[in-house]
Design a protein around this ligand. Structure first.
Ligand code: CA
Length: 231
């Protein structure tokens, strides 16, 4: 059996801490509680926690400064910030400081537990990364920008979608059926050369000025992204 997830709770108000702790423990978490900012920062920085629930207003060091210092120290545990300061500006301040989520006081303990669970899910299954890397390719998913060996490659939206899908399956064969379904949203083969035309343009753009291809055709199967750097 794997160890239960461990949460660090940094909260100076004993009554709130007790409430949070009880709810988290009922949710199957093990809880370590610090009621001082300094101690909380030290324990958090030591690592070993799957998530941190951090009160914003603490004696000694405030929560904002704790989360900033944790991020600066590359502590990766997701942080849920709690605060009575819960206007939009306050939330933005907390998130900008490095918190992953922000819950205004008063709150329902079951909502806090659900948010901690959601944070941990995101931490173990990160969203498709902001930047995907494979071989010479660098795909900035949000910005929809592509570089090959550091050189920008301009792609049409469709070409980008094809490449992004191939990056999701980097190193594996991507079939025509997969491309039709996932990129074109078609559950049938339209019996046209739409894939070949798009694929040929995508290759042209990716390969221009380079010695070797980044996409290979696998006869009778589909296409595969090549990870090796061309000689
Ligand atoms: Ca407080």
């Amino acid at each position: 059996m794997s160890a239960p997830p461990r949460i660090l709770l940094i909260e100076d108000e004993a009554a709130i801490a007790a409430l949070v702790r009880e709810a988290l423990e009922e949710g199957g978490f093990v809880v370590d509680w610090c009621d001082h900012g300094e101690e909380g920062l030290r324990v958090a920085a030591a690592g070993g926690h799957d998530a941190i629930v951090l009160d914003r207003m603490l004696p000694e060091i405030e929560g904002l400064s704790i989360v900033r210092r944790l991020r600066a120290a590359a502590v990766a545990a997701p942080v849920l910030m709690l605060s009575a300061l819960a206007r939009a500006e306050d939330r933005v301040e907390g998130l900008d400081a490095g918190a992953d989520d922000y819950l205004g006081k008063p709150f329902e303990p079951f909502e806090l537990v659900a948010r901690v669970r959601a944070l941990m899910r995101r931490a173990t299954n990160p969203l498709p990364g902001a930047v995907m890397l494979f071989g010479e390719l660098e795909v900035h998913v949000k910005a929809r920008r592509v570089h090959r060996a550091g050189q920008h490659v301009a792609l049409s939206p469709r070409e980008f979608d094809i490449l992004k899908f191939m990056m999701d399956h980097a190193g594996d064969v991507v079939t025509r059926e997969m491309l039709l379904r996932e990129v074109w949203g078609l559950n049938f083969d339209p019996q046209t050369n739409v894939i070949d035309v798009s694929m040929s343009r995508l290759r042209q753009r990716l390969d221009e000025g380079f010695a070797g291809p980044v996409i290979e055709t696998v006869r009778g199967a589909g296409f595969r992204l090549l990870g090796g750097v061309a000689p």
